[in-house]
Design a protein around this ligand. Structure first.
Ligand code: PLP
Length: 394
């Protein structure tokens, strides 16, 4: 039997891979499962998006290959949205790359920029597509712990000089999954300046740019002077419009950088279903009707989750963005063991800190993907598990 390649053996198991099967088993046993695992809300996309898909799916032209160009009107809609939202101008044809979900582009970008052995700087905890992309491209991942006392900001100046000298790609994500940290503009300015010094590609993962609360408005990295020289930014319709399964996103960068990703992809895929791109236009055009109301739903869930988890003995900050609560566990409570018992004994699925990097201990992530009452029920079940750990820890 053929052996898997070393690069595949070097990858950890993907944290969400085993959960659907575990969930099926629990449901089959009649357990009342509350799934707060993936960032995958139970809410509907905008009606206009479904109507647009329906119309487009019946148009035979949409059933043909999209190729890298895709639907030019989708590129134009993205460009117009980037201008409305961030005040930035991007050429629809040369500075945008439509993606089959942003994960796809994030995972492929290292093929375009990293030589074998080049260092890719990976935040931990972090979205595992960064590690996956770097390892599959035969680059050398350099994992950097994000520290609560540093606001979970990745500080390049903390890295050894010899690592920085070999750094080709730096991945960052703010608003952050899983910590919900946000990045001040002066931090982003520092980051862009350091990447320019290093001549490293700054991969700015902005999947949560539209899911922010209490008047906070996340920025685009391109609002920072000089970012166009080094950055590529990734956007997604997934979280903003409850369209995770539709697989629709884009990358944006100056033509020389965007063109590299487009070239890599031209050898890997033949573009997203164009009817989905047509629906993407409807999503972007429905921003002002849909997004503030949808964010309000998540805000109510956030508030319910914060108060319920705190009431049951947990410690967490109030997130200003994302659909996640990053909950601190008391010393001595192992995050993987806690999440496992919470799932098997109480039917509540959360992701342990270790799902976002092997060394991450002492946290678990809750997604606000169910209504407030279910979040409150989940917190109460989690409190029971915590209490039983408390007994064995003390
Ligand atoms: C930080 C981050 N980036 C990117 C993605 C990918 O989103 P999609 O591939 O659905 O666009 C996710 C999804 O969970 C995420 O959490």
């Amino acid at each position: 039997m053929p052996n898997p390649a070393a690069r595949v053996r070097a990858l950890p198991e993907y944290p969400l891979a085993a959960i659907p099967q575990r969930k099926r088993e629990l449901l089959a046993r009649g357990v009342d499962v509350i799934d707060l695992g993936a960032g995958d809300a139970d809410l509907a996309p905008p009606a206009a998006v479904c109507d647009a898909l329906d119309r487009a799916a019946r148009d035979p032209r949409m059933s043909r290959y999209g190729f890298g160009l895709g639907l030019p009107a989708f590129r134009e809609a993205i460009s117009a949205w980037m201008t409305r939202r961030f005040g930035l101008t991007f050429d629809p044809l040369t500075e945008l790359v439509p993606l089959i979900g942003s994960k796809e582009g994030i995972a492929h970008v290292a093929f375009g920029f990293a030589e074998p052995g080049d260092v890719c700087v990976i935040p931990e905890p972090g979205y595992l597509a960064y590690l996956g992309g770097a390892v599959l491209a035969d680059a050398t991942p350099h994992v950097v712990p994000l520290r609560q006392r540093q606001g979970f900001l990745l500080e390049l100046d903390d890295l050894p000089r010899e690592v920085l000298a070999r750094t080709r790609i730096v991945y960052v994500n703010y608003p952050n999954n899983p910590t919900a940290a946000t990045a001040p503009l002066e931090y982003l300015e520092r980051l862009v300046a350091r990447c320019r010094d290093l001549d490293a590609l700054l991969v700015y993962d902005n999947a949560y740019s539209e899911l922010a609360y209490d008047g906070y408005r996340p920025v685009s990295i391109f609002e920072v002077d000089g970012a166009r020289d080094v950055a590529i930014e990734f956007h997604s319709l997934s979280k903003t419009y409850n369209m995770t399964g539709w697989r629709c996103g884009w990358a944006v960068a100056r033509p020389e950088l965007a063109g590299v990703l487009a070239k890599v992809k031209s050898f890997i895929d033949t573009g997203a279903f164009m009817a989905v791109q047509a629906a993407g236009i409807a999503a972007l055009e429905s921003w002002s009707d849909f997004v503030p109301r949808n964010v309000e739903t998540f805000r109510a869930r956030r508030d319910a989750a914060v108060s319920a988890f705190r009431a049951h003995g947990f410690t967490c900050e109030v997130p200003r963005a994302t659909m996640y609560l990053w909950v601190t566990l008391p010393d001595g409570v192992p995050s993987a063991g806690f999440a496992e018992r919470l799932m098997s004994e109480e039917g509540v699925i959360v992701l342990p800190g270790s799902a976002f990097g092997a060394a991450v201990q002492g946290f678990f992530r809750v997604s606000f993907i169910v209504p407030p009452e279910r979040l409150a029920d989940a917190a109460s079940r989690a409190g029971r598990v915590l209490a039983s750990f408390g007994a064995s820890v003390s």
